[in-house]
Design a binder for this molecule. Structure first.
Ligand SMILES: Cc1cc2nc3c(=O)[nH]c(=O)nc-3n(C[C@H](O)[C@H](O)[C@H](O)COP(=O)(O)OP(=O)(O)OC[C@H]3O[C@@H](n4cnc5c(N)ncnc54)[C@H](O)[C@@H]3O)c2cc1C
Length: 412
């Protein structure tokens, strides 16, 4: 079988590696003229790492990441609300990892070049559309200067071309703008001393202003400091530009955090000392009724753009890729494989899109804030019980597919 993959991001590269285990020719076409180190931190839970392990990349990814051992939630007054073991410390067989997206892409790309051959990875190929006839699919391309490139034919085409997918737009020309419900993100990295356990994923605040903090690399400077990622989520009326590489301005979000000084973290200092700051809006799209059109299907953000939270953006693209490769191997008819992939993955990811809007992990701090009127509490147990918080967390983990019973202790 001749497989065309559009997009050399996280989903496209992972698909190429899983599909390389299924016989046939695989070619990846990426719009960017060169592969640059872009983005800040990204999280892969145990469910995604299980799939990375299946393609032999667990050790390489662990070597370039941090593995949080606990997940802690605080109010914006710095009061601990909930804390639970995370990753392997929670009983998983695979770690949860936090790393620079550029490191993830570097590891994936190195393996792709080695396993499918450099000659099958094409940069400077922006897909402009697809056509199908006579049992084949044809991809059409433009170069970075917009001149047309020769079309390419294959048996199946998988669109992994991200949030601004050209292939999705061809099948859904009237989708309109992304859904923005009043939250913007400012993301950055800072070299700083280890905080809390030294391996803590921390979330402070609730809906109107939150910061999420996690380490990406230990001993980053040879003096024991970590490279730490942080993401500030703030309610705003207007969305910042939807560009993963858009630099963020300190003055647009810093005032919200200027007094967030806790015994374990000086948030204003963390933000002020950033090595880079990027901005991005919290946007998604309503789930689609259909991803597969004969020999063409959508994967990752092209299929199900969702709020970048809960460790889902990259992980769900990885799970899509693993499922699709498995089904391409199982089904002799590639069209049946693409349909089976849609039946398996569309309902699951649609549920995550909706739950990220309505009941994301920080719902538990939201509830505390609502019940206390955003004031410090005296006794947490008068506000919310451990059981209620545990239920919220377990519900989210089950929807996202990374509950320990789903990944590392499957029943039956
Ligand atoms: C530059 C960049 C930086 C990012 N930074 C972060 C980050 O810091 N933290 C985070 O959590 N997530 C980040 N993301 C998003 C995250 O990687 C994705 O949400 C997630 O990994 C889903 O993977 P994907 O393969 O569906 O999409 P992506 O990983 O976004 O990959 C899509 C790929 O398709 C390419 N492409 C787009 N259009 C075309 C076309 N018409 N023809 C051919 N190729 C095309 C893009 O250049 C890109 O390489 C970033 C994405 C990008 C593109």
């Amino acid at each position: 079988m001749d497989t065309i993959i559009i997009g050399g991001g996280i989903g496209g590269l992972t698909l190429a590696l899983h599909a390389a285990k299924v016989a046939g020719r695989i070619r990846v076409f990426e719009a960017a003229a060169e592969m640059k180190a872009l983005g800040v931190g990204i999280n892969l839970g145990a469910h995604a790492m299980k799939e990375m392990s299946a393609i032999g990349l667990e050790d390489a990814l662990v070597a370039t990441s941090c593995q949080p051992q606990d997940y802690a939630f605080f109010t914006r007054h710095g009061q601990l609300v909930y804390r639970q073991p995370w990753g392997k410390a929670a009983g998983h067989l695979w770690p949860h990892i936090s790393l620079l997206r550029s490191d993830l892409q570097r590891v994936l790309l190195g393996a792709v070049r080695e396993r499918i051959g450099d000659e099958n990875f094409f940069t400077g190929h922006r897909c402009t559309g697809v056509t199908q006839s006579g049992g084949r699919v044809t991809a059409h391309f433009a170069a970075p200067d917009n001149t047309a490139l020769p079309p390419v034919e294959g048996d199946v085409l998988i669109a992994c071309d991200g949030v601004h997918s050209a292939v999705r737009a061809q099948f859904y020309p009237n989708e309109g703008p992304f859904c923005f419900r009043g939250l913007n993100l400012w993301r950055g990295t800072t070299v700083t001393k280890p905080y809390l356990t030294g391996a803590s994923l921390a979330r402070v605040g609730a809906r109107h202003s939150t910061i999420i903090i996690y380490p990406l690399r230990n001993n980053y400077d040879g003096q024991g400091n970590q490279l730490v990622n942080w993401v500030c989520e703030i309610e705003r009326d207007v969305a910042v530009p939807m560009d993963w590489n858009k630099p963020g301005r300190l003055e647009d979000f810093f005032p919200t955090y200027k007094d967030w000084v806790f015994d374990w973290m000086n948030v204003p200092e963390l933000i002020r000392n950033a090595t880079q700051i990027l901005s991005y809006p919290m946007v998604d799209r309503d789930p689609l009724p259909r991803w597969t059109f004969e020999r063409v299907t959508l994967l990752g953000d092209a299929a199900h753009p969702m709020y970048p939270q809960g460790g889902n953006g990259g992980a769900q693209a990885i799970l899509d890729a693993a499922a699709l490769a498995r089904l391409l191997k199982r089904e002799s008819d590639p069209i049946a494989a693409l349909r089976a992939y849609e039946s398996e993955r569309l309902p699951v990811t649609s549920k995550i899109v909706v739950q990220n809007r309505t009941a994301p992990p920080n719902l538990l701090v939201d509830l505390v804030e609502q019940r206390t009127g955003d004031k410090p509490f005296k006794r947490l147990e008068d506000v919310i019980s451990q059981d209620e918080m545990k239920a919220i967390m377990e519900d989210y983990q089950k929807t996202a597919g990374y509950h320990v019973n789903q990944v590392s202790r499957p029943q039956g």
